[in-house]
Design a protein around this ligand. Structure first.
Ligand SMILES: C[S@@+](CC[C@H](N)C(=O)[O-])C[C@H]1O[C@@H](n2cnc3c(N)ncnc32)[C@H](O)[C@@H]1O
Length: 467
């Protein structure tokens, strides 16, 4: 059996904390990155927060994973997961260590380290030393290690220039969502689109320890990260991998008939858009995948390879309101016939540029607020690949059975297709007496939010109260 162990790369003013093992401990006298065993059912982040509280008296904020490695000892094997700790509060008071030292990353390997900790030191030292990107600023997702490690200055800078820090998601219309959901102490809340957990985290804080949240998402990859992040913050949050069509069954499986509040923040998260390997964005080159759940279904490239020119044109017009739908479909058909079918996000963006007769130099977004010429095509294909309309319709159909009498349902939509489905379903269910009417017009984000977070600008918030 492999025993999981966590370790902290605690950062302060460019230095890293090492602690020396006290007498009577295995490898006494050796230096290590603070940490300890991960108990059963605990996430690495939660274990690290606990260990640092118990062994050093500090409250840690845990960031990205720094390294993961296996080590075989005489009495068994361990998996060592090192996580960055960009911030902590409290005064360091070691309980089991006899010394601590703040060390420059490049000097870590000069210390007499416990065997398993050498690899962490190598990774951290190399990471700090090596110039990982060209030019003055990192451009690619993986290079933005400061944002990924939750470096406060890097996060503030990213927000100030109107971007979402890499690896996170700014919850849209947060104050309005809280107002609309009205999560009271002790309430149960179903977040059908957990994503990064930004809304869920704020709802949990508002409800206090008696409230409970069930967080669903079809994206298992991001769900694991969200579960770990939310777990380290404490709170009563249950997480399940599930799509909209399975929400009713998931709730029943947890022994619940309905909840006091339900949230569906539609579309994709910033993390999905930003990770090149997900193939959802025209901004970075990656395989043309676009699936929110990469464990099943066709990728966008596979769908394009099977669809006829007419089906592609229809999808682009229907799900993207793309005025040049026919020209783009024709260009993709020409490329496929020549054995050059679009396989990457760059292939698709280039095909759109050619179809729109744009020169590569002009095929640029003017600023964070203007729409990219390929945005509609990417949105439409993403909707097809993920059956987004069918999924939303299934959720809207089951909605009245998911929310208790007097409970609330809140939807955040981001384009006209979603708006039409939500408005039509809520209006007809209101007429049928399932919701207290009349259905009011959706709310928009404030001008300040639209300016600070360009991804929020098309958001519309719909709210209904169960009769
Ligand atoms: C805009 S993000 C949610 C962000 C979240 N509210 C936050 O504050 O971090 C939308 C999330 O919904 C998920 N999603 C989209 N369609 C879904 C579906 N049909 N079933 C389950 N999850 C879905 C996506 O995978 C994505 O993680």
């Amino acid at each position: 059996m492999v025993a999981p162990v966590c370790a902290a790369v605690i950062l302060r003013s460019g230095k890293v904390l090492l602690a020396r093992r006290g007498p009577g401990r295995r490898h006494a006298g050796k230096w290590e990155f603070p940490g300890g065993r991960i108990e059963e059912g605990e996430t690495p982040a939660a274990a690290l927060v606990r260990e640092l509280r118990e062994e050093f008296g500090i409250e840690a904020e845990v960031g990205a994973e720094a390294s993961r490695s296996r080590h075989v000892y005489d009495d068994g094997e361990i998996e060592l997961i090192a996580l960055l700790v960009p911030r902590f509060t409290g005064e360091l008071k070691p309980v089991e260590h006899d010394r601590i030292s703040w060390v420059e990353a490049r000097r870590l390997l000069e210390y007499d380290l416990a065997p398993a900790d050498v690899l962490i030191a190598e990774v951290v030292a190399a990471h700090r030393r090596r110039k990982r990107y060209r030019g003055a600023h990192p451009r690619r997702f993986a290079e933005k290690y400061k944002e990924l490690g939750a470096d406060p200055k890097a996060l503030a800078k990213a927000r100030a220039r109107g971007s979402t820090p890499a690896g996170s998601h700014l919850p849209v219309m947060l104050a309005e969502v809280l107002e609309a959901l009205e999560p009271l102490a002790g309430a149960s809340v179903l977040d059908c689109t957990l994503g990064w957990g930004g809304h869920a985290q704020a709802v949990a804080a508002r409800m206090g320890p008696e409230g409970s949240i069930i967080g669903l998402d079809r994206d298992g990859e991001e769900l694991d990260r969200a579960a770990e992040r939310l777990g380290s913050l404490g709170g009563n949050i249950l997480v399940r991998r599930c799509d909209f069509a399975g929400a009713r069954q998931a709730l029943r499986g947890l022994g619940k008939e309905g909840v006091d509040a339900l949230l569906a923040d539609l579309g994709v998260s910033s993390m999905q858009l930003d990770r090149p390997e997900r193939g959802m964005s025209f901004k970075t080159d990656g395989p043309l995948d676009m699936r929110m759940d990469r464990s099943q279904g066709q990728t966008a490239a596979e769908w394009l390879a099977c669809a006829s020119e007419a089906q592609v044109a229809d999808a682009l017009a229907r799900f993207g309101d793309e005025p040049d739908a026919k020209a783009i479909a024709a260009r993709l058909a020409v490329l496929a016939a020549a054995g050059r079918a679009a396989k990457t996000t760059s292939d698709l963006a280039a095909a759109v540029a050619t179809a729109k007769r744009l020169k590569p130099g002009r095929f640029q977004k003017k600023d964070a607020f203007s729409a990219h010429p390929a945005a509609r095509t990417f949105q439409a294909l993403r909707m097809v690949v993920n059956s987004e309309s069918e999924e939303l319709s299934a959720l809207l159909r089951d909605l009245p059975s998911l929310v208790r009498s007097g409970g609330r349902a809140v939807f955040l939509t981001f384009h006209s297709g979603e708006e039409a489905l939500v408005q039509e379903a809520l209006a007809s269910q209101t007429v049928a007496g399932l919701w207290l009417g009349p259905l009011t017009a959706p709310r928009k984000p404030s001008p300040e939010e639209a300016r600070e977070n360009p991804r929020s600008r098309s958001a519309r918030l719909w709210r209904v109260v169960r009769s």
